[in-house]
Design a protein. Structure first.
Length: 242
């Protein structure tokens, strides 16, 4: 069976010693997540953090946009090109998944609203409770426990998008548009060692009352790999029906 060509738009390039030099980068974490599955992809990483975006949508079969410590609310050298890319994907119904920063960028590009949550970082493991299901969301789950790390959130969905899931601290934590866009505010690609390192590094930015709950939440089993299976099925269904 021919492998799906997946383009990964990397919107982060962590150069810190304690985090960036100690762990694989965002694109590699997603590749590790997908490579644990039976279905395999052929990858092309676009260093969007440096301004690289696909010029021709047909360069790849499907795309995804990674997370980033950057805020979508601030301008970056790649912002205009990324927003244009997202709109082109939407117009062509090209399969596109976004996680964290990618989730927020898709919402903004399509006319939604993103705001700072106003009380520091939301960090730890949270349940995304799914109010609506799509055919690609197999195996079936009513909720997924996944790592989160964000201080901005989608507060208004774009027209034509359907809310799929919410967390205790993020109403619009997952949405879809048609059969070609699928998002999550969470980080399904994170590992426990990486999350603990990031939490240690960012602890000063977390409200005092939120630090212990964040650490305590990490004892809970997480299910990011299930979201990874959903994403693979999302790509396969979108390409089969496109």
């Amino acid at each position: 069976m021919k492998r799906i060509k997946l383009g990964i738009l990397q919107t982060n390039h962590d150069k810190s010693v304690d985090v960036g030099d100690a762990f694989p980068d965002d694109a590699h974490r997603f590749r590790d997540m997908f490579d644990a599955q039976d279905d395999r992809f052929t990858y092309r990483v676009y260093m969007t953090i440096g301004g690289e975006v696909p010029q021709d949508l047909d360069e790849q079969d499907a795309y995804m946009i990674t997370g980033s410590p950057l805020s979508v609310l601030k301008p970056h050298i790649f912002t205009d090109d990324l927003m244009d890319f997202i709109r082109r994907c939407d117009g062509a119904k090209k399969p596109l998944m976004g996680a964290c920063f990618g989730h927020q960028a898709i919402a903004m590009a399509l006319g939604g609203k993103v705001e700072n949550i106003g009380n520091g970082y939301n960090v730890g493991i949270e349940d995304t409770v799914y109010h609506s299901k799509r055919p690609w969301m197999t195996p079936d789950r009513d909720a997924l426990a996944m790592y989160v790390f964000h201080e901005d959130a989608v507060t208004q969905l774009p027209d034509g998008c359907e809310l799929l899931g919410s967390t205790a601290n993020c109403q619009n934590a997952s949405f879809a548009k048609g059969n070609h866009i699928f998002t999550t505010q969470a980080h399904p690609e994170f590992s426990d060692p990486f999350m603990r390192c990031v939490l240690t590094s960012a602890e000063d930015g977390i409200p005092q009352q939120g630090r212990k709950p964040a650490w305590d939440s990490l004892s809970k089993p997480q299910e990011g790999h299930i979201f990874g299976l959903w994403t693979t099925q999302f790509f396969k269904d979108a390409l089969a029906n496109g």
